[in-house]
Design a protein around this ligand. Structure first.
Ligand SMILES: [Zn+2]
Length: 328
């Protein structure tokens, strides 16, 4: 039953069909998505909007694809949709000569070049405020040369501090440096789907990408529907969303299909700069541990949505059993 429901779900997206055309039967079953895909209602509401934000550009993508090819494929997929994204740069992954080439390509294409810290530290018990602050400041030098450098900071792992003191001190530092938080509203685990694909490729070099593309699309649309509905319930109206994805090999192969699938599900892609103008991105939820999707934190802060909030909001632990069951 679940498989049939997924097939009808997937067939709403031409892209998913493209992804799946060479799929062996039996690999299509997915868990029923936790939320319905939002259906645009042409008479009453405009299409929900989202911007693509991409984290962790890197020169080390393994043996599957060269960074130059991944970079150009992803840039082309985005430019084909005629939008600009925000790129959240973690210095240690690009801090060499080729890293400047990688970032320049994004800068020249008009994408926002933003700060994601130098060393990607987890701002919890294991990281002091002082260490986290130094690491953030160190990364300013990495992005400083670029024309489209933008004062948006994204916390690694979306973790904003485990104590009120650490949370608030870093928020003050951001403000002093002229930064705002580059919040994610639609959080997801695309990084894990790519990792599973690479793991499988290392065992079976002829592993087709299509089932992983299908899984990724279903997962992202499901999470988008979940966070959109949560935002509607918490805030009472639609906001401009920001989707978190990463520069990884799977996304390099399937981003065109992913972006089209969102459009076919009723979403409209917009520029990241426009999305971040939404006043919702100025909120500062007083939750602890602080962080997760901005919508998750705003919902948590109300105390009224406990039955819909898991912690962490997204992680590999939620996807692993589903992917295991599918043989992915
Ligand atoms: Zn990251």
């Amino acid at each position: 039953m679940k498989r049939r429901r997924f097939l009808s779900h997937a067939s709403k997206t031409a892209a998913a069909v493209v992804c799946s055309q060479f799929l062996p039967p039996g690999l299509r079953a997915l868990e029923e998505p936790q939320g319905a895909v939002p259906k645009p209602s042409p008479n009453s509401s405009p299409r929900p909007q989202l911007a693509l934000t991409l984290d962790d550009p890197t020169l080390s993508l393994g043996s599957v694809i060269r960074w130059q090819d991944a970079n150009s494929r992803i840039l082309k997929a985005i430019s084909d949709k005629n939008v600009r994204t925000a790129l959240f740069v973690c210095g240690m992954r690009v801090d060499e000569v080729d890293g400047a080439k990688l970032l320049s390509a994004w800068d020249q294409a008009g994408h926002l070049i933003c700060n994601h810290s130098y060393s990607h530290k987890f701002y919890g018990e294991q990281t002091s405020y002082a260490d986290f602050a130094v690491d953030f400041l160190k990364n300013e030098k990495v992005i400083a040369p670029y024309h489209n450098r933008t004062a948006l900071f994204r916390y690694p792992f979306l973790k904003e501090g485990d104590t009120a003191d650490k949370r608030d001190r870093f928020r003050i530092l951001l403000k002093e440096r002229g930064y705002r938080v580059g919040h994610v509203t639609i959080d997801a685990s695309d990084w894990y789907v790519s990792q599973r694909y690479l793991d499988q490729l290392s065992k079976k070099p002829k592993t087709p990408v299509a089932p992983y593309c299908d899984y990724l699309i279903a997962h992202l649309l499901d999470r988008a529907a979940f966070y959109r509905q949560l935002a509607l319930d918490v805030l009472g109206s639609d906001i401009r969303h920001t989707l978190l994805m990463h520069l990884n090999p799977l996304n390099a192969f399937v981003l065109p299909e992913v972006m089209s699938a969102f459009e076919n599900a009723g979403w409209q892609w917009i520029d990241a700069s426009l999305a971040f103008e939404d006043p919702v991105f100025r909120s500062q939820p007083q939750t602890l541990p602080a962080g997760e999707s901005l919508i998750w934190a705003l919902a948590k802060e109300t105390g009224r949505f406990e039955n819909r909030l898991r912690y962490p909001g997204e992680d590999d632990i939620y996807e692993k059993p589903k992917m295991d069951a599918l043989g992915l």
